[in-house]
Design a protein around this ligand. Sequence first.
Ligand SMILES: Cc1cc2nc3c(=O)[nH]c(=O)nc-3n(C[C@H](O)[C@H](O)[C@H](O)COP(=O)(O)O)c2cc1C
Length: 296
Amino acid sequence: MRLLNASGCLDALTAPEVARSLDAFVTKTVTPLPREGNAPTRIAETEAGMLNAIGLANPGIERFVDTMLPMLRRLEVPLWVSVGGFAAAEYASLCEVLDDHSSIEALELNVSCPNVDEAPQSAAQIVRQARVATRKPLFAKLSPAVPDIAEVARAAEAAGADGLSLVNTVRGLAIDEQTLRPKLARGAGGYSGPALKPIALAAVYACYSATRIPIVAMGGIVCGRDALEFVAAGATHVALGTVLFADPDAPVRIRGEFAGELAAHGFASADDARGVAHEGGSTLVGHAQHARATIR
Ligand SMILES: Cc1cc2nc3c(=O)[nH]c(=O)nc-3n(C[C@H](O)[C@H](O)[C@H](O)COP(=O)(O)O)c2cc1C
């Protein structure tokens, strides 16, 4: 099992030590053109999680490649780049540009950003076009806010995805106590943190049964026990998001806690725990072997 950050939840250039404590660093989503993002207020806390409406603020692919990529490379942490756009052709052109860069280990397709049509066909279409544009491993990052995420996952796998990143945020709204207006300038935003965990677990559980590709799980992971639950549901790797804003030491802490949890449950390794939440989980050997073979 590898420990990653969730896209948009860690600035590796301002916190290089945190990035180095991960097994791979995932960038914030990069789009073809620079984006300012939404007007503030863009982040709000709620009782059980966090709301954000950053709006994919990023420097755009040209500046990313020219200035950020060389700096990220110097961190000497395996690098995953998250890409996003508003049409399948935009994803493909981003993948084509990044394909030339040997420092990038994998690409994550953010097919779950709010302005992209999330119909299964659309996610599959994005993956299919991106697949033609790059030889790098492609992870499709899905939204849990669909009627049947397993169907979306199967379509992404069939279109050539090498893995799934599960899940992106769900839409939520917080009301200011005094003004009774939405706390975020944009109104609703993406809801993340502990409240997302059962939703994310359900997504991982469903997609593990539906596909044979590795799953990077995220959604409210704050401790080693959470990580173990996601692995039991079928995750190959786990990623930390909202927890990093409160606890930059979370990767080191969670890694230690996870090792303790494995030992306490009598598992020799994360591979042994993968999928055990499923009926006959230990007999789902085909999936586990396949997942191990396709990801380092
Ligand atoms: C402030 C913030 C910014 C985010 N930006 C992105 C992004 O650029 N691309 C993306 O795919 N997901 C983005 N996400 C979603 C996270 O990567 C992750 O899927 C989600 O927060 C669930 O994990 P968590 O509950 O551990 O935070 C963002 C989340 C937050 C809180």
